[in-house]
Design a protein around this ligand. Structure first.
Ligand SMILES: O=P(O)(O)OC[C@H]1O[C@H](OP(=O)(O)OP(=O)(O)O)[C@H](O)[C@@H]1O
Ligand SMILES: Nc1nc2[nH]cnc2c(=O)[nH]1
Length: 177
């Protein structure tokens, strides 16, 4: 069990399963992108551990970079607006793989996809370590999924609760009371 602030979490996906699945995903990238010099774009903060482990098992020519997504309240009635920050690379005509730790409602990924697509890359695919199919609110095609999980709050291996709990090699799930 793991206590983070006021919440208790229990182990959900052990490190060995995670690492085995990450190696499989890397093999798929090695096969699908040989000779294509893909650019992996990790979405901070949550994806940093996943990207690091994935990248070590990719053995074709490729590059990696990171973006952030800022969330701020729109002055209009549209609610939250998300903006992609920090992309320095020219992605025109590049093969892009966006790498996330989790796709939940899909709103973050939809926004990233739209903003990156407007820069005319050769292709864009999405990889996520975790996917909650029951939580998805927007149409999204996910190309590489580590694990499909139920609609429950998870933590660890990069994923936080209130900024804490990212620093584990196991993924935990909120304990049901
Ligand atoms: O599919 P969605 O419902 O949009 O949720 C997914 C997003 O939520 C998490 O980020 P978060 O905003 O917690 O930021 P962090 O990565 O810095 O922890 C995660 O890393 C995704 O970016
Ligand atoms: N830590 C964490 N962040 C998320 N962001 C979207 N869904 C989740 C989740 O289940 N856990």
């Amino acid at each position: 069990m793991k206590q983070i602030r006021d919440k208790t979490f229990v182990p959900f996906i052990e490190s060995e399963s995670l690492q085995n699945r990450i190696k499989e995903l890397a093999q798929e990238v090695n096969k699908d992108y040989a000779g294509k010099n893909p650019l992996l774009i990790g979405v901070l903060n949550g994806s940093f551990m996943f990207v690091a482990d994935l990248f070590k098992s990719i053995d074709i020519e490729c590059e990696v970079t990171f973006i952030r997504v800022s969330s701020y309240q729109s002055t209009e009635s549209t609610g939250k607006v998300k903006q992609v920050l920090g992309l320095k690379e020219d992605i025109k005509d590049r093969h892009i793989i966006i790498v996330e730790d989790i796709v939940d409602t899909g709103m973050t990924m939809q926004e990233i996809l739209g903003q990156l697509a407007s820069n005319q890359p050769a292709s864009i695919k999405i990889m996520t370590m975790l996917f909650k199919p029951e939580a998805l609110k927007v149409p999204l095609k996910l190309d590489y999924v580590g694990f499909e999980i139920p609609n429950k709050f998870v933590l660890g291996y990069g994923l936080d609760y209130d900024g804490y709990g990212r620093n584990t090699d196991t993924i935990y799930v909120l304990k049901e009371s």
